[in-house]
Design a protein around this ligand. Structure first.
Ligand code: NAD
Length: 379
């Protein structure tokens, strides 16, 4: 029987890697599931909810992990957790593969088969496993709600006997999964929404949500999307033209949500201190890229910076603030992925030729094997 372990997350992580619904699904695949007591607490899931679906609740992470064939986590396992894993065990988590290579080496050296869920290829067969999409979608919504809550004015236009309240102007920078959800949310709240991106495909998507697209649309822009659907690092010339366009636009905006990311690189800096100071007092910049270095020069991780009356928010773990939904979607992503390699009759069976497996596999056979980390692939 395949055994699955879900230890508690550390470092203030509120999400967990399993939901009662997926416990039932793993059980239907013939797996036994051990969950450390309290794992679902921040997602409003109590131990009994898991136990009712057939999970065994255990008192410590060691007890859960030591005999497990598969370990499911949100974040990277700690060294203590890795220390008790069986050789050949499978780990699936958001391993943050571009960061701290020593932590990844520890997994490899233990002989663990580890998968980084963030590297899921963007192909239609893998859509149900795409953790970046499921988590960014929630984060894009939450960003607008949090920014609006810190904005000392209304979002929709209101016509009252005492006068008209103008609608808020929201500018979304980066119209990927998070940005598109931010646009949709801001529109629902009644704001006037503009958005920018370097990928031409974003233009139509922004328009379909009722936003106005603003970008430097030159030849470089037409080629700015990789075959994987991500943005490329832009040239210095493009960045200069983009900065000019943005500088003029931000002066008139009330709320800016920044989401711009480039895989494997620091987030592009799109808003300078000077641009911040050109904005109206009380305006909000919500930097969703702060954990990757930030899109705004002045953002600080986990803080709200007051720069002459403009507030720059640098939130940590935004999807974790919606832990109930985030856990439910992440757990489903993991189940969809794991069901590729669990066979009801034959147990664990990994097809190392499958592009989903190849795209996410970090370590196997005692070594780091992902081409992006061994220097054989293009970041
Ligand atoms: P992301 O989180 O890597 O980046 C967020 C956005 O920032 C992207 O749209 C990117 O183009 C943009 N950006 C980067 N540099 C910028 C700059 N200098 N100025 C302005 N914007 C900049 O991206 P994402 O949200 O993961 O989505 C990337 C694309 O992949 C989207 O088109 C999305 O719809 C697509 N996608 C496809 C699938 C699938 O087919 N399975 C799944 C998820 C997402």
């Amino acid at each position: 029987m395949v055994t699955i372990a879900v230890p508690l997350e550390g470092d203030g992580e509120t999400r967990t890697a399993i939901s009662p619904e997926t416990v039932k699904k793993y059980a239907a695949l013939g797996c036994s599931v051990k969950i450390q007591s309290g794992a679902g607490a921040h997602s409003n899931i109590i131990d009994d909810d898991y136990a009712e679906m057939g999970a065994e609740i255990v008192g410590s992470s060691i007890e859960a992990i030591k005999d497990a064939d598969i370990i499911l986590k949100v974040r990277r396992p700690s060294n203590d957790e890795i220390g008790v894993m069986k050789e050949g065990a499978i780990v699936a988590a958001m391993l943050d593969p571009y960061d701290d290579q020593d932590g990844l080496k520890a997994l490899a050296e233990k002989g663990v088969i580890s998968f980084a869920m963030e590297l899921m290829p963007r192909i239609s067969r893998a859509q149900s496993m795409d953790v970046l999409s499921s988590q960014s979608n929630l984060a894009g919504y939450k960003a607008v709600i949090d920014a609006a809550a810190n904005f000392a004015q209304a979002m929709p236009m209101m016509m009252t006997a005492a006068g008209t309240v103008p609608p808020a102007k929201v500018f979304v920078m980066g119209a990927g999964v998070a940005g598109l959800q931010a646009i949709a949310t801001a529109k629902r709240l009644g704001a006037i929404v503009t958005a920018t991106d370097v990928r031409p495909a974003a233009k139509e998507q922004v328009a379909s949500l009722g936003g106005k697209f603003i970008a430097v649309e030159n030849d470089e822009f037409k080629e700015a999307e990789t075959s994987g659907g991500y943005a490329k690092e832009m040239s210095d010339d493009y960045k200069r033209e983009q900065a000019e366009l943005v500088a003029n636009h931000v002066k008139t905006q009330d709320i800016i949500i920044t989401t711009a990311l480039i895989p494997g690189r620091p987030a592009p800096q799109l808003i300078t201190g000077e641009m911040v100071r050109s904005m109206k007092k009380g305006s909000i910049i919500y930097d969703m890229a702060v954990e990757r270095g930030g899109n705004c020069e002045l953002s600080r991780l986990g803080e709200i910076v007051d720069e002459v009356g403009v507030y720059i928010m640098g939130p940590i773990n935004i999807p974790g603030a919606l832990a109930g939904n985030a856990t439910s979607l992440y757990a489903k992503n993991l189940f969809a992925f794991l069901s590729l390699m669990i066979d009801k009759d034959e147990g664990v069976k990994i097809d190392f030729e499958d592009e989903i497996i190849q795209g996410t596999l970090i370590s196997n056979g005692g070594k780091i094997v992902h081409p992006m980390l061994t220097g054989e692939g293009d970041k």
